[in-house]
Design a protein around this ligand. Structure first.
Ligand code: NAD
Length: 260
């Protein structure tokens, strides 16, 4: 599933990779880049939604859709090679693909644990490792890892999800420290709750009510509000920002009122 492009005519145009870009926050991040004349590669495990999204974006010169499971090293390597072969460079990588399982510890199976850690932690490790040499060849780049407020604060039901996001925040700092020396900045965004398919899946009525009460702005964020922060961190406006975690969470972390 891909389109063709003419790299020679657009070699100076910047390129962003957005994992999990077929829908939700990732799709909004892709739109942010497209509005600023980037070419965008969407890597996603869901071939059907990816195909539909690529058709809806209807911009074959700027959009490349690649079916990829970010937890699988061979698929990540193939997606990286294909993106570089067609677009010629990679300037920004947004490690957005994620899955959520909200269960008590006693009901979280080892398979749940592996699925969540595999996508949310192994994915950003593998994608950044594969893409960094391409960025380096182009003179540098920016990576943004999509973490979560669940990686900043512990709460019930999130043993796998929260642990994966907390580890991703530390991975961000490790990557920033090492890759900063070759001109690659790495930052994380920790969104508060956002109304997406993921939220529909795991946010019960009780969770929604808790979020409403503990978030000073008393509401969910929008995909646009998250994409704006991600885009800023990828842009030259953030050229001296490296290794940071920006919570886009309506003040949840600052208020310090815990979830149950
Ligand atoms: P979503 O479920 O709407 O979209 C996630 C996308 O990732 C989907 O297109 C899915 O197919 C893709 N994906 C899942 N596993 C993948 C894999 N192994 N390889 C490639 N693609 C894969 O979710 P969303 O709410 O848009 O979440 C995006 C990111 O934001 C996730 O990392 C999530 O943890 C994080 N986040 C979401 C919220 C929220 O409330 N929605 C809050 C904080 C953080």
């Amino acid at each position: 599933m891909s389109n063709s492009s003419t790299p020679s005519s657009s070699a100076s145009q910047r390129v962003a990779v957005v994992t999990g870009g077929a829908r939700g926050i990732g799709l909004e991040v892709a739109r942010w880049f497209l509005a600023r004349d980037y070419r965008v590669a969407l890597w996603d495990i869901d071939a059907e939604t990816l195909g539909r999204t690529a058709s809806e974006l209807n911009d074959a010169a700027h959009v490349l859709a690649i079916h990829c499971d970010v937890s699988q090293p061979d698929q990540v390597d193939a997606a990286t090679a294909k993106t570089e072969a067609i677009f010629g460079r990679i300037d920004a990588l947004v490690n957005n693909a994620g899955v959520a399982v909200f269960k008590p510890i006693g009901q979280t199976s080892f398979e749940d644990w592996q699925t969540v850690l595999g996508t949310n932690l192994n994915g950003p490790f593998l994608c950044t490792q594969a893409v960094a040499p391409v960025m380096k060849r182009g003179g540098g780049g920016a990576v943004v890892n999509i973490a979560s407020i669940s990686g900043l604060r512990a709460s019930t039901l999130r043993v796998a999800y929260g642990t994966s996001k907390a580890a991703l925040i530390h991975l961000t700092k490790q990557q920033a420290t090492e890759l900063g020396t070759v001109g690659i900045r790495v930052n994380a965004v920790a969104p508060g709750p956002v109304e997406t398919e993921m939220a529909k899946l795991v946010h019960s009525v009780a969770i929604r009510s808790d979020y409403h009460d503990v978030i000073p702005l008393n509401r969910y964020g929008t995909t646009e509000e998250i994409a704006n922060v991600v885009g800023f961190l990828c842009s030259d406006a953030a050229s001296y920002v490296n290794g940071q975690v920006v919570a886009a969470d309506g003040g949840f972390d600052a208020a310090g009122v815990g979830l149950p």
